[in-house]
Design a protein around this ligand. Sequence first.
Ligand code: TLP
Length: 345
Amino acid sequence: MERVVDLRSDTVTRPTPEMRRAMAEAEVGDDVYREDPTVRRLEELAAEKLGKEAGLFVTSGTMGNQVAVLTHTGRGDEVLVESSSHIFLFEAGGIALLSGAQPRPIPGRHGILDPEEVRRALRPPNIHYPPTSLLCVENTHNRGGGTVTTVQRMRELASVAHQAGLAVHLDGARIFNAAVALGVEAAELAGPADSVMFCLSKGLAAPVGSVLVGDREWIERARKWRKVLGGGLRQAGVLAAAGIVALEKMVDRLAEDHANARLLAEGLVEIPGISLDLDTVQTNIVIFDLDPSWMDASTFAGRLAELGVKCGAIGPQQIRMVTHKDVSREDVQYALGAVRRLARE
Ligand code: TLP
C-alpha cells in the first residue's frame, strides 16, 4: 500500500483499539435525564484533571466555546478575543450570531496575549460603550503555530480581566499539549480561567467530543445552552467511553508529537523557498511561509498530496503541518523527503 502521511490536522487521528473496545462495552443511559453513567464519569474525570468542579460533554470544540460565550455574556456585550484566535476567526461568526455579543480583537504575539494590551482595551463605563464581560484566551494557540501561554502569563491575563469584572474563558482545545510542553499539570494552566473547553478529538485521538469545565452552578447554566443548540445527547456514553481512554492513556504520548514537529520544522527550515520561525514550534503545529517566487500554498499542497503527504494551505503563501499519533518519526522523514523533492524540481 502506498504511504499517506496526513499532516492536515490532529483531528484526523483514528481511535485506538482500546477506545473501540471501551465504546463497544460502554454502560449507557439517557444523558438528557443525566442517566448515562459513562458520560457522568467522563465529565467528573475531566473536571478533576482541569481542577474544576464540574464538566459538560459537548460534541465539538466549537460547541464548547460557543456554549461558554452564551453562558458568560448577554446580548450587546463586548468579548475580548485574540485577533487570530479560533473563536474569533473560525467559528462562523458564532459570537455575534448566537450570543449577540461583539468580539473585539486584540493582537497577540504569535497568538500570545500581553496583559498590558488587554488592560489598554478595557474602557470605563460610558453611554457609548458596550459592557465588556469576557476575555477569551487560546492555549495552545493554533494560528500562532501551536504556541504556549505559560501559567504565569495566564495568571497575569486573568488578573487584569478579573479586576475589571470580566470572566475568563480558555479555549484549551490543545491544553494538554501546552501542559506537556511546559511540564505542568493542565489544572495549573486552567486554574486562573473561569471556564475551559478542551478537545478529546484532536491529539488525544478520541473520535468525537470536547468537554467544557467550570464551577457547578455555571456548568448547570451551560447545560441549558447546550440543550438550546441541540447538543443534548442520549446514549452518549458510547462516545464518552473513548474520551475516558483519551484522558487516561493519550496525554503523556503528546511529547512524541512535539518531538516529531521539531524534527519536521528543523528539516523544513533548511529547504530553500521556505521561511519558518523555529521559536514558534513549541508543540505539535508547524506553520511556514513559501517564497512567492517558488509557488503558492494551494499549488504546494496539491503537489505534495500527489507525493502522499497531506498538509493545509492556510493562507496564500502559508502552510500548516500538524503531527499526531498516526504520524511516526519515519513518516516525518518521508514528508521531508517529499518537500525536498518539490524543491529540486
Ligand atoms: N481546529 C481545527 C480547524 O477548525 C481549524 C484544526 O484543524 O486545527 N479551538 C481551537 C484552538 C481549534 O484549533 C479548534 C479546531 C476548535 C477550537 C474547534 O474544535 P472543533 O473542530 O471540534 O469544533
